[in-house]
Design a protein around this ligand. Structure first.
Ligand code: NI
Length: 255
């Protein structure tokens, strides 16, 4: 079975067929979906989806690009939302210097506060880090995040950075980029990292793998991601599915 560790099915890209798509997952081999928060406005939607579907779970958190919406009031609200019984993690949180908005100081402030929230409520974290390798790593180290646990979502750095995060016992989220012909760096990371530290993710509706690159993504495309991991690591496809499912259950503390 396939464990989808990171998707955004509340996105308006799924407004036309969300129920049809989610209804088709269980009978087609996808038995867990974690729907991940990004902006303040997504949180109630992802919790509603988690309530509607037994196999859908939530991660409550604010993406760095959404942190301009945070203040003491919205943060207190977020903390209450994170106590929902279907919430499994604080995410996605981190730093994004590619879009670089809001100001880095604001991104850092709320990254730090959300790391503290994960520690306080005893949840692991889903980390978003784009073009911000050094600051992300140093903030996670300073916060002793190895005691909290994390997936580095859509892992986009090289082997050296992967080694640092594996030393912290983190997981690496592997998605469609691994199938791209220009995804050489990620293929090297996948070859290097133990399968026991990899989890499958789509980031739907974004980042569709080859052969569906450029189209709206959905969790069925994880078959292409798993096939590519199997090819790179010279393992069989079934092993990749089984081990990544076990990894995700261990990370999200599911039975
Ligand atoms: Ni995402």
């Amino acid at each position: 079975m396939i464990f989808e560790t990171h998707a955004h099915y509340e996105d308006e890209a799924f407004d036309i067929d969300r129920e049809e798509l989610l209804d088709s997952f269980l009978k087609n081999g996808i038995n867990h979906v974690v729907n991940v928060g990004s902006e303040v406005g997504t949180i109630d939607k992802i919790l509603a989806l988690a309530e509607q579907y037994p196999f859908v779970y939530a991660a409550v958190g604010i993406h760095p690009s959404g942190t301009a919406e945070l203040n003491e009031e919205t943060f207190a609200w977020l903390k209450e939302k994170a106590k929902h019984e279907k919430n499994l993690a604080i995410g996605e949180i981190g730093l994004d210097y590619y879009w670089d908005t809001p100001d880095r100081a604001i991104q850092k402030k709320w990254f730090e506060r959300q790391i503290e929230l994960a520690r306080e409520l005893n949840f692991p974290m889903i980390i978003h880090s784009r073009d911000a390798a050094n600051d992300t790593y140093s903030m996670l180290k300073a916060a002793k995040a190895e005691e909290i646990g994390a997936i580095i979502h859509c892992f986009g750095y090289g082997v050296e950075q992967a080694r640092q995060y594996l030393d912290m016992d983190f997981y690496l989220g592997i998605g469609g980029v691994v199938t791209f012909t220009n995804g050489k760096k990620l293929k090297e990371v996948v070859e290097y990292a133990p399968l026991e530290k990899l989890v499958l993710e789509t980031d739907s509706p974004y980042l569709s793998p080859v052969p569906n690159r450029g189209k709206r993504n959905n969790s069925f495309n994880l078959t292409y991601v798993a096939q590519e991991i199997a090819r790179i690591k010279q393992m069989d496809y079934e092993t990749v599915l089984r081990v990544t499912e076990e990894n995700a259950k261990r990370f999200y503390r599911l039975p």
